[in-house]
Design a protein around this ligand. Sequence first.
Ligand SMILES: C[S@@+](CC[C@H](N)C(=O)[O-])C[C@H]1O[C@@H](n2cnc3c(N)ncnc32)[C@H](O)[C@@H]1O
Length: 286
Amino acid sequence: MSEEFSAGWLALREPFDRVARSRRLAARLAAALPARPRLMDLGAGTASLFRFLAPIIGRAQAWTIVDADAELLGHAFARTADWAEAHGYRITTPGRALLIHTPGGAWRIEALATDFGDDPSRLPFGAHDAVVCSALMDLVSPAWAERLAGSLRMPFLAWLNVDGRDRFRPAHPDDRLVARGFARDMRRDKGLGRAMGTDAPATLTRLFAARGFTVATAPSDWIIPPIAAPMLEAMVRGHAAAAANALPAATARIAAWEQHRLGALARGRLALTIGHRDLLALPAET
Ligand SMILES: C[S@@+](CC[C@H](N)C(=O)[O-])C[C@H]1O[C@@H](n2cnc3c(N)ncnc32)[C@H](O)[C@@H]1O
């Protein structure tokens, strides 16, 4: 893994992720699963996806959360335990698992700290009824995604894949320059080959459809209003840094764009949409 994600960033984005995620696809996945489903979450980070999806599935369930970053997995347990208690659920910690005792049954979480490496097929998919991930597939290469698709015989739901429909409002003449640099930077190798970036939704659709899966997608955009200053600031600074990294000759223009955007943000005059798509792939027999 060459790219690190801070627990602070994952916490900042979690409320935007929760609102953006497609509940229609979540319900379709939940309906396709057995009575006590076992799910594997790839690149789970702090388990934000568990906190969204487990209540929608509702019944007894067991999750394996997988990530190369053991520290993030530690945050995943701590945050999820706090979240469960805030919802009035009793928790226990048998062995290395976290068990959340809900009226619909127990929700079990175990962690697997491992780097995916080049070959996702070595992961224990066979012990699971579904594989899910969030904000991961735009970081991986088409070849990695192809090996993943070739390894799965169960439902797959990839949430929050960037699709490039980002829009800062009001418009600025250098938005396209920054967008071009940002998109180019997204394709950098993040440790799993040259990343798919904004091609992820279309490439995943093609890969899974070619293997007989029924594929459905839904928009899951972040809608970031002027009042969400910390998130807007993170996005402005992140876009500018990524664009300058990809387009070093345009550093001065990008820095001017960043200052203009931060000024608008300070005056409460900036809003942003970040385009994402969620994708559900169901195998033929589901
Ligand atoms: C953008 S974060 C998304 C985290 C989480 N799914 C969420 O939605 O909040 C990507 C996650 O993938 C993990 N990751 C990236 N490359 C990895 C690799 N090669 N092996 C295992 N995990 C990896 C990172 O540590 C990080 O937690």
